[in-house]
Design a protein. Structure first.
Lengths: 336, 354
């Protein structure tokens, strides 16, 4: 398998995806860079309006245009820039080498088609399977994702499955062509916690078996803690912090990340007042000058309201977008 | 069950059944969804009782049946000794002043054509609590109480973010000075950073206004944080009830154990070590719930009699109740009983995550 010289399967550089709206230009993704290594799982964490989903739709070139537009940047997948490919070449990659699963399976399953046809279509198109091969492959995929009685269930319609089972069907479809990169956008948000545990286990197991890389997009810090190798935290279309998972949780270098971590109830801690980040998530059409998090930041200084913060390198793989990144990092160390 | 005098609300064998349309073919028999099927619960004055369970377990239906927003099929709901379930509609309307609800979806539960002032003022008018200037002043006071500026009075719901809308919903519930509030998934639709704000607000208001909450949520971390006691529901029944601390530290019933073990913890070190009980399959349909213990179809410890005997909610440890025939005060630890041997049960995996 070809990757770029440094072992990265995917390299996103300075990605900017903007939307024209009535309120003006919304910079949903504004200068985002990250890498995904072969076989690793990258977590992308953010609240609504952080740009996490738009970033992933950009990777697949699925931004509706207009109103959206990828204004600049590069997305190198195995060394080729996806943004420079023809629509036909992108279609060949999409679904075969890069697959995506969403929060709501019904957005990617056709309610009027039996799942047999939906699953078979993928491998007939991308792998050139004959009908018979595609059918056998579809049954095997349903078995892989743990759908009991796969052969019989193959002729069902999506609505005949429960939410968790539908999510499994979607995963089966996404993994049909053994993609090298699986993008999972809030794959368990609509599910109950016991079903969420099943699906996360499944993604983990399949990743181990196929060696695929995964991008896991979520707002739930608990989910990324157990599933990822690296994490990027997004806010207002920017990467606010980027670090190996254990380091991000142990020693965050950004006040926003630290606030998010502290505002999750800790089962081991005493009850009482929970730490809260004040204010509202940002309105992307009306971002303040300076740091976009400044209006909500507990340690805001004069400079934060005036100047956009630098992306400070804290350790070899740990970066934070903050005027006071070093101080925050040192404080987290003392607190730990 | 316990000291009656402390109970603000007592629910006794409450059932809420929804008949489904009769199948047209073969003169099909009537199907009934047993959303709540014999639930009993006491809610003490001044406490927050958390109610957790997976979707379809009946927790929201139970909350609404207490306020008779959904009519109970049978059973009692005692509020300060009055049986709400037997009141006439008119008498119930009077009682509603004391019993309020906050909904999950702050987008759907506010009338988009009414201003914030009208929304929060409406219950004050309905119960004729104040008029004119006094009413206006009261509305301003309520908005400030929930952390909204009084200058928002003339704005419409669409001008607010999700968290602000939830604050409007809370102000509306507080307008009539209630004693009891059903908070039905009040933070589920909100961003992580906003969830903490709303939890803190609800907790502060409870202390200041001497309120009692039924806090319904599928978010176990949130429920543990806000609750004094927690009740766990499965397919229309309460299956475990205990103080928040003990239910999380030492869950008794196998379902509660699985539920708590499934919650992801935001700490990579804990996640790496943790043993997770992965339940097989989905929650069965409440139309034909399994006989006996409703959890027996997914329970790793089920034995043959679990599919026959319906377990009662009994005290296993002090103030800790569970509905499971395999544990008892003498043997409270399910992990020390032999694993299930019921014939015909599906195989279960207790996966350990290394």
């Amino acid at each position: 398998m070809r990757t770029s010289a440094n072992g990265n399967l995917l390299e996103v550089k300075d990605l900017r995806t903007y939307f024209e709206t009535e309120d003006g230009v919304v910079k949903a993704v504004d200068g985002v860079s990250f890498e995904v290594r072969q076989g690793e799982t990258l977590g992308i964490v953010g609240e609504s309006g952080s740009g996490k989903s738009v970033a992933n739709l950009s990777l697949m070139r699925l931004i509706p245009e207009p109103p959206g537009k990828i204004v600049s940047g590069s997305i190198a997948f195995r060394g080729r820039d996806i943004l420079k490919l023809s629509p036909r070449e992108v279609r060949a990659i999409r679904g075969q080498q890069i697959a995506m699963i969403f929060q709501d399976p019904m957005t990617s399953l056709n309610p009027f088609m039996r799942i047999s046809r939906q699953l078979m279509e993928v491998t007939q198109l991308h792998l050139g399977h004959s009908k018979q091969q595609a059918r056998e492959h579809a049954i095997r995929m349903l078995e892989v994702v743990g759908i009991p009685d796969a052969e019989a269930r193959l002729e069902s319609y999506p609505h005949e499955f429960s939410g968790g089972m539908r999510q499994r069907v979607m995963i089966a479809m996404a993994l049909s062509c053994q993609p090298e990169l699986l993008i999972a956008d809030e794959p368990t948000t609509a599910l109950d916690v016991t079903i969420q545990a099943q699906i996360l286990e499944l993604i983990k197991r399949l990743k181990g078996e196929t060696g695929a890389s995964v991008i896991l997009v979520t707002h739930d810090l608990g989910v990324v803690a157990g599933m990822t190798d690296h994490i990027i935290v997004m806010y207002a279309g920017k990467v606010f912090e980027q670090a190996p998972t254990s380091e991000l949780f142990e020693q965050p270098g950004n006040p926003y990340t630290r606030g998010l971590l502290r505002s999750v109830p800790d089962p081991a801690a005493e009850q009482g007042k929970l730490y809260q980040i004040p204010g509202q998530p940002p309105d992307l059409a009306r971002l303040p000058s300076g740091c976009p998090f400044a209006p909500r930041c507990e340690r805001v200084q004069e400079i934060c309201r005036r100047e956009f913060p630098p992306f400070v390198q804290l350790t070899s793989e740990h970066y934070s977008l903050c005027h006071f990144a070093d101080e925050v990092y040192a404080e987290s160390q003392r607190a730990a | 069950m316990e000291n009656e005098a402390n109970n603000l609300i007592s629910i006794r064998d409450l059932k809420v059944h929804f008949p489904l349309a009769r199948s047209a073919w073969f003169g099909g028999s009537q199907s009934i969804v047993k959303a709540v099927d014999g639930a009993s619960l006491d809610i003490r004055a001044g406490e927050t009782l958390g109610l957790v369970g997976e979707s379809g377990c009946g927790k929201s239906t139970l909350g609404r049946a207490i306020l008779r927003l959904i009519e109970p099929t049978s059973g009692q709901v005692l509020f300060r000794g009055h049986d709400l379930a037997s009141l006439s509609n008119r008498a119930m309307r009077e009682h509603r002043r004391h019993l309020q609800i906050i909904f999950q979806d702050p987008y759907a539960s506010l009338n988009p054509r009414m201003t914030v002032g009208q929304i929060v003022g409406e219950p004050i008018e309905t119960f004729r609590l104040a008029g004119g200037e006094a009413k206006k002043k009261r509305v301003q006071e309520l908005l400030e109480m929930v952390g909204l500026s009084a200058r928002f009075l003339k704005r419409y719901p669409h001008e607010f973010s999700g968290g602000q809308r939830q604050r409007i919903g809370i102000a509306r519930a507080l307008a009539v000075d209630p004693d009891f509030i059903v908070a039905d998934e009040p933070i589920s639709a909100l961003d992580v950073s906003i969830q903490a704000q709303i939890m803190n607000l609800l907790d502060r208001l409870r202390r200041e206004k001497n309120l009692t909450y039924l806090f319904i949520s599928h978010d176990l971390r949130a429920v543990q944080h806000v609750s004094d006691r927690v009740a766990v529901m499965y397919l229309g029944k309460i299956v475990e009830l205990a103080e928040a601390k003990s239910i999380y530290a030492q869950p008794l019933m196998p379902y509660t154990k699985a539920l708590i073990s499934a919650v992801p913890v935001p700490d990579p070190k804990v996640e790496a070590r943790r043993r997770r009980i992965v339940l097989e399959g989905d929650v069965p349909s409440p139309i034909n719930p399994p006989r006996g213990c409703r959890f027996h179809t997914r329970c790793p410890y089920a034995i043959e009699s679990c599919s026959d005997v319906e377990p009662a909610l009994v005290q296993i440890k002090p103030n800790h109740f569970a509905a499971c025939i395999r544990i008892s005060p003498e043997q409270p630890d399910i992990e020390r009983v032999a694993p299930g041997d019921a014939p015909g049960l599906r195989a279960f995996s207790v996966a350990s995550i290394a």
